[in-house]
Design a protein around this ligand. Structure first.
Ligand SMILES: Nc1ncnc2c1ncn2[C@@H]1O[C@H](COP(=O)(O)OP(=O)(O)OP(=O)(O)O)[C@@H](O)[C@H]1O
Length: 551
């Protein structure tokens, strides 16, 4: 009897304790909430103060903009000017809109002087010139604001203050390591750099150390060994192949520096891409246009964009890091194009596309993928980089076996002038997942319909034979030792019915970031959220400047 009594007595005792505890924890909670409220209030006050400070007028003066005198105000964040309108006897007031220039768009300030031809120094002071970036859609253009005032003292005060404010943008690079591939596309990379980029870097007082690459792999070997601590960023002038080599090199270097042979490590330095190739998919994806000036201005102004990358490995062996991989049609088409390197790039691409379509052949493979966790999509910053997709357990993987015409895995939208909405419009630069686009076996005409929709509008995925998934890992296991040989397929009448049987070790062509990679075995693709930082920004559509009429 005593036991239940104890139990009975115990219960109210416990519940009183509980209540007391609850009361105490309630009080604690309230205190905590109050403290948090106070902290929040303090932060808000500090922010307000900061805002007030940034908006408080540092300098005020009269300058001529064009031919008119203006009242010019300078705060920490902006320069504003209002025309000074003289009082008229008729008392009619001509109200002109004031102008604004945000300092975040200004990359250089210089003192303007009157100089005779050939005179290199001295000269009468004319005022200050502010060099800035002006937006026109996705294009960034160089622009200059001239503030005229002949007083040397006045001008110097403004110049010094503006210079100091610009130096405060600590995110902007001061010293860059530049790689130029002189062989890219039309061999214009050196010219593009000299003509459009170097003058902007010089104007912004950015120092550079330039390597003109001499061969494939040169940038990788320099990046493995050079002293990186003194640089604020790396710049690549070239096409997608050069960009892929540098991105791979930067992650490898970060891994080496961190002594982490197995796990990918985020590169500390950002990479700027000056497009000089034929397609420039990565550049288009972070700039929206293929324009060296836009790209250079993103670098100069320090616009940073985190970008997801993938690792491609086979049987535990890393092949490379990259952004996009295509198996099947994309790989076969690139293999054909590479054989015709002597052709101009657009002709080569069209030739390869047509030939591969004519000999359309599905690959028999096992396709497995690990769906991206929805709850993680916004929290990818906290996602454990070291998490092995294999450790997620086999049950999380979805596996399909069948014939596929094309399988693409893309961690970025892959925008280009040929596909303005991107080859993978259903992913973004830093969402922590990749788009898997698997195109099953179908007729040639249906496949062409699917391809054509990339260049026009949307709807490229609304076919029964196309499936798309947001994934964090993909495994592709070709089902036989049937490889792919372009040479032999040239001789074939109908490659669909008579596949080429190759000896053991036959390789399958993959298109990884526009580079042909031949892999015999299964490939594991893993997404690494925000593994690299690129100079640029998220854009949802590229400007379409070309049209492909070959289909
Ligand atoms: N001096 C060089 N000679 C030959 N190849 C080089 C040289 N420098 C770099 N490379 C290699 O050239 C390959 C292709 O470069 P890139 O992508 O810049 O040009 P592209 O193929 O003409 O452009 P796109 O890929 O846009 O068609 C890269 O893998 C790069 O490593």
């Amino acid at each position: 009897m005593s036991e239940p009594e104890e139990e009975l007595q115990g219960e109210p005792r416990d519940s009183t304790k509980k209540k007391k505890k609850e009361k105490r924890s309630g009080k604690k909670k309230k205190k905590q909430e109050k403290r948090e409220e106070e902290e929040q209030q303090q932060v808000e006050e500090e922010e307000e103060e900061e805002e007030e400070q940034s908006e408080c007028v540092l300098l005020r003066g009269i300058f001529k903009l064009g031919k008119k005198s203006h009242d010019v105000l300078l705060t920490r964040t902006r320069l504003t000017w209002t025309p000074i309108t003289p009082e008229t006897p008729t008392a009619e007031v001509c109200v002109l809109p004031p102008g604004v220039l945000l300092l975040q768009d200004v990359f250089a300030v210089k003192v303007k002087r009157r100089r005779a031809v050939g005179q290199e120094s001295g000269g009468a002071v004319l005022g200050v010139a502010l060099f800035c970036s002006k937006r026109r859609g996705r294009w960034l253009e160089e622009d200059t604001l001239h503030l005229h005032n002949a007083s040397a003292e006045h001008t110097n005060t403004w110049y010094n203050t503006l210079k100091e404010l610009l130096t405060g943008f600590s995110i902007r690079p001061r010293y860059l390591k530049v790689f130029i591939n002189p062989r890219s596309h039309k061999k214009e990379a050196v010219h593009i750099y000299r003509e459009h980029v170097a003058p902007l870097f010089k104007m912004a007082d950015i120092r550079t150390e330039i390597t003109v690459t001499e061969r494939k792999g040169h940038a990788l070997s320099v990046m493995k060994e050079c002293k990186l601590d003194e640089y604020d960023g790396v710049v690549c002038v070239g096409g997608d192949g050069s960009v892929a080599e540098l991105c791979h090199a930067m992650v490898l270097r970060a891994q080496l520096d961190a002594d982490s042979p197995k796990k990918p490590v985020k590169s500390v330095l950002p990479l700027g891409i000056i497009p000089a190739g034929s397609t420039d998919v990565v550049s288009c994806s972070v700039h929206g246009v293929r324009d060296p000036v836009t790209a250079a201005l993103h670098i100069v102004l320090g616009h940073l964009q985190q970008v997801d990358m993938c690792s491609y490995s086979s049987h535990g062996q890393l092949i490379r890091f990259g952004f996009s991989a295509m198996f099947g049609f994309g790989g076969q088409s690139l293999a054909r194009a590479e054989k015709k390197r002597w052709m101009p790039s657009s002709r080569r691409r069209e030739y390869a596309l047509m030939k591969t379509l004519a000999r359309l052949r599905p690959e028999d493979c096992q396709l497995s993928f690990l769906p991206a966790k929805k709850s993680n999509s916004n929290l990818f910053q906290h996602q454990d980089q070291d998490q092995d997709p294999e450790s997620e357990g086999e049950e999380s993987w979805t596996t399909n076996q069948g014939l596929y015409l094309s399988i693409s895995i893309m961690s970025i939208p892959c925008l280009s002038p040929h596909a303005p909405n991107g080859l993978a419009p259903n992913t973004s630069l830093a969402n922590g997942s990749a788009a898997l686009i698997a195109v099953g076996n179908t007729s040639r005409s249906e496949f062409i319909k699917h391809l054509k929709r990339y260049s026009s509008s949307s709807g490229q995925f609304s076919f029964s034979f196309v499936e798309t998934h947001a994934v964090s890992a993909v495994r592709i296991r070709p089902q036989s030792l049937i490889g792919w040989s372009e040479e032999e397929s040239e001789e074939e009448g109908d490659s669909k019915t008579s596949p080429i049987i190759q000896s053991e070790g036959a390789a399958f062509p993959w298109n990884i970031d526009g580079e042909l990679v031949e892999i015999a075995n299964e490939v594991l693709v893993r997404v690494h959220p925000q593994l690299i930082t690129l100079y640029g920004e998220e854009v949802d559509e590229a400007e379409s400047t070309v049209s492909c009429n070959c289909l």
